[in-house]
Design a protein around this ligand. Sequence first.
Ligand SMILES: [Zn+2]
Ligand SMILES: [Zn+2]
Length: 321
Amino acid sequence: MKCSKCGREAVYHARYEGKYYCHKHFNEMVEKKVKQTVRKYRMIKRGERIAVGVSGGKDSVVLLHLLAKLRKKFPFEIVAITIDEGIEGYRPPSVEIAKKNAELLGIEHHVYSFKEYIGFTLDETVQIMGSFEKGERVGACSYCGVWRRWLLNYAAQDVQADKLAIGLNLDDEAQVFLMNIMRGDIARLGRTGPYYEVIHEDLVPRIKPLREVPEKEIVLYAVLNNIEVDFSECPYAVEAFRAEIRDWLNEMEEKHPGTKYQILRSYDKLFPILAKHYAKRELNRCKICGQPTTGEICKACQFKLQVQKKAKELGLTFKVE
Ligand SMILES: [Zn+2]
Ligand SMILES: [Zn+2]
């Protein structure tokens, strides 16, 4: 097939718009999409300092490259942040990849580890909490998700960033939207959306510049442009429900190209209404760590206390390296 723009050999078929792209025009299309998303929702202002959460995986690494490119069009600062959860065999290589990409782009890079800032690696947490009876047991992903969110916000503040950019793509946005609908959790949809609002002075606003880029295009962008990314999956990831939604969504996209974009558009139309209704919540400061929370003690600190308690009961001590 030939590129719809220039007639050269096509490398990609965007079925949702019925167009073919050569390598050059594919790059342009993806870069333009990100630029327009950033502009449409005023995600980045001139001169701002943007922290980018870079795990080393395809989405976050491609995001770093795309923002580095965008920075040439209008000036803003970028600082890369990597959270090291402490997952043996999985995390060390991806931290390395994040570091290499930041170096390549001349972007300052900082690593924040669970071990240092929470007190336990995720492996240790699973070791302590994992082997318990049902009911008591919360999956590794629950700890990891809460702590990662907490530490990303901490890190973004620590590097004095105005915003925190995360590598969520179109597929992620559509999946999360459907999951929340299917769980009846509409309130959650009102809290994160296409744009952010400043909710609390200590909550660094999150932006999602890749939310209009399909996962497929991110993978292809990395491959075509020889960007080194980590494709391995977290050994603890067992989000069964999400996997079902993902497969179903891919099937629908196959049968009805454009489905994912339509879901995103529906979300975008609903968001202002939902945000108005649900987003305004009074936030306190956590009594332990001082970060914003709806209750007295934030979830990250609650989890930390649970693990500390259990470790003590088991007579385990973990030294901070
Ligand atoms: Zn072309
Ligand atoms: Zn706290």
